[in-house]
Design a protein around this ligand. Structure first.
Ligand SMILES: Nc1nc2c(ncn2[C@@H]2O[C@H](COP(=O)(O)OP(=O)(O)OP(=O)(O)O)[C@@H](O)[C@H]2O)c(=O)[nH]1
Length: 317
């Protein structure tokens, strides 16, 4: 496999292209590993500057001929709660807005109900090209792989659509990863790079998290504090020294109120209310991100923030 580096200046044919792709698939399908392999570096959650996209950027593939922005969606799941339904709506919106969807299916596991559930949803997104990516090919022999490729092709046919491509890859073995990028790029619209070299952001995720906290903080006190609460996520960092199978994400957020007198309402007797707000929003954030979270909430007074343009900008309005 030829190795392309960020600085390699290869002459390119056709227009420069730039666009968005997302990888979907059930848990453990190999989405993160593939993203890391494509981007060529370990992608960590970073607190960064606001960006124009509403989606969570997982990684950016910079090439001389194209910029491929890999965005993330919360996992699609059988909705049991209103939040679950809302999250599924977020997923569908993302699917309809990206330029390419990559559906990851592990080569070493037979197609199951989880895959079918996602594929059915994919079938309803007519316009976006869908690439089937059969992952972890290093774990199976040729016969098993061939059977899986046929099964995947069949799955599309059953649901009434054709895959734009069916690509077997091994992210761990570094097989066909670059080919995958080569196949995605022509499906992106022509245009200049959308992000500076090396840029990563998780801002949209932070906005969603802030919104979940604000909703929980407003519950029951809307009459007393109708528009006085703003929430800012200051930092999101994976806790260091955690075993790989027990990650923990530290989230530090500020709940801003306008006047010191409102502090008591938010915090409640002996801090109980704020604690409940933390527990409630943490559960929702964990559902959103699919990872355990330690949520640290602080209440701060930003005097008359609604009338102060500087404060408003800081608070994301
Ligand atoms: N052998 C092999 N293992 C792989 C490959 N890609 C991923 N894996 C392994 O499969 C497991 C799941 O991979 P992830 O990339 O975390 O899968 P994911 O789809 O992002 O999982 P979720 O975050 O749960 O949705 C990990 O243990 C990976 O090391 C591959 O190409 N070959």
């Amino acid at each position: 496999m030829s190795v392309r580096t960020q600085s390699s200046e290869q002459p390119s044919e056709g227009p420069h292209r730039a666009g968005f792709a997302c990888f979907v698939g059930r848990p453990n399908a190999g989405k993160s590993t593939l993203t890391n392999a494509l981007v060529g570096q370990k992608v960590a959650i970073t607190a960064n500057q606001p960006q124009t996209t509403r989606h969570t950027v997982r990684g950016i593939v910079h090439r001389p001929d194209a910029q491929l922005i890999l965005v993330d969606t919360p996992g699609l799941h059988k909705p049991r709660t209103l939040l679950g339904e809302r999250l599924n709506d977020v997923v569908r919106t993302t699917w309809a807005e990206v330029d390419v969807i990559g559906f990851c299916l592990p080569a070493n596991e037979k197609l199951g109900p989880g895959d079918r559930f996602i594929a059915k949803e994919l079938a309803s997104i007519k316009k976006t090209p869908k690439i089937a990516i059969v992952t972890k090919t290093d774990l199976v022999d040729g016969k098993t792989l061939a059977e899986q490729l046929i099964a995947v092709d069949q799955l599309g046919k059953e649901l009434g659509f054709e895959w734009a491509e069916i690509v077997p890859v091994s992210a761990v073995g570094g097989k066909q990863v670059e080919l995958l990028a080569d196949l995605i790029v022509p499906l992106l619209p022509p245009g200049p790079a959308l992000y500076p070299d090396g840029e990563l952001t998780d801002e949209p995720e932070q906005i969603m998290i802030a919104e979940l906290i604000r909703e929980a903080a407003l519950e029951g006190v809307r009459d007393e504090l109708p528009h006085s609460i703003a929430v800012v996520v200051e930092e999101m960092l994976p806790r260091e020294d955690r075993p790989a199978d027990k990650p923990l994400l530290d989230i530090h957020a500020f709940v801003y109120i306008e006047r010191p007198s409102q502090k008591g309402i938010i915090i409640g007797p002996k801090g109980k209310r704020l604690k409940d707000v933390g527990i409630k929003s943490r559960k929702q954030i964990e559902a959103l991100l699919g990872t355990p979270v330690f949520l640290d909430l602080h209440v701060k007074v930003a005097k008359d923030w609604q009338r102060d343009p500087r404060q408003l900008r800081k608070l994301g309005f």
